[in-house]
Design a protein around this ligand. Structure first.
Ligand code: PGA
Length: 254
């Protein structure tokens, strides 16, 4: 059975290289635990080299975004050659905080294709802004999923991972998080959409992760019977004790 996937999205934290070093030191104390998972750390890009060095025994590297092109001259862009040379294996693409700054699904698709061509696994983020009893979020999710994968065929779709992150939950605490039953329902819905797009066997091969207010208090319940393959964790990934406890929850399921 594949190992559960855990992705630490540090966003723009911590605020200094010295703090990043201390955080990596804290995480490394649980290296033995983390080896049981498929753990990826996505630090701010300037800390990638440090993370590559300090986490090499227990985690692989991820980036929080990447360029939508591989050839050419682009000021400030992280192109796949640079990312690969640093050891990046997975790219978070289309995070809601990037989409809020104007990133479109068309750009997401371009990035997904560039990542796949470079041998970097795209972690494609989707999520609704809000939900109500009318279930309109299902239409929104269907559209966002389809437009973020537009033009990808069944063969290439096997190489992606989906992160479902309800935007209205991101950054909140466990008590405000999505109830597990609603997560299970949403994951079934997403699997059905993937199956309609690519067929059942491809859909089953695409892992779906959950992100949004994952904390030690709710990680176990969110993992159990919700059909997810792991978590994308924001704020709790900056606290070694909390992160350890989330990792343990992922491992108790199996
Ligand atoms: P959070 O963030 O865990 O702080 O809610 C998750 C994310 O934005 O990926």
């Amino acid at each position: 059975m594949a190992k559960p996937i855990l992705v630490a999205n540090w966003k723009n934290h911590p605020g200094s290289l010295a703090e990043a070093k201390a955080l990596l030191k804290g995480l490394s104390k649980e290296a033995r635990l983390y080896k049981n998972l498929s753990l990826f750390i996505a630090p701010p890009a300037p800390y990638l080299e440090l993370a590559a060095l300090k986490a090499r025994n227990f985690a692989r590297l991820a980036c929080q975004d990447m360029a939508a092109f591989s050839q050419g001259t682009y000021t400030a862009m992280l192109t796949p050659d640079i990312l690969k040379s640093l050891g990046v294996r997975l790219a978070i693409i289309g995070h809601s905080e990037r989409r809020a700054l104007g990133e479109t699904s068309a750009q997401v698709v371009d990035k997904v294709k560039v990542a796949l061509r470079a041998g970097i696994v795209p972690l494609v983020c989707i999520g609704e802004q809000a939900r109500d009893v009318d279930g309109e979020h299902f239409d929104i999710l269907r559209e966002e999923l389809k437009s973020s994968l537009s033009g990808l065929n069944a063969k290439t779709a096997r190489g992606i991972i989906i992160a479902y992150e309800p935007v209205w939950v991101i950054g909140k605490s466990a008590k405000d998080a999505l109830p597990p039953a609603e997560l299970a329902q949403t994951v079934i819905f997403l699997k059905k959409q993937l199956s309609d797009l690519y067929g059942r066997s491809v859909a089953e091969s695409i892992p779906i992760l959950y992100g949004g207010a994952v904390e030690p208090e709710n990680a176990g319940a969110l993992m159990r019977e919700t059909y997810i393959k792991g978590f994308l964790v924001g704020h709790a990934s900056l606290k070694p004790e909390s992160f350890k406890s989330i990792a343990e929850s992922l491992l108790t399921k199996i």
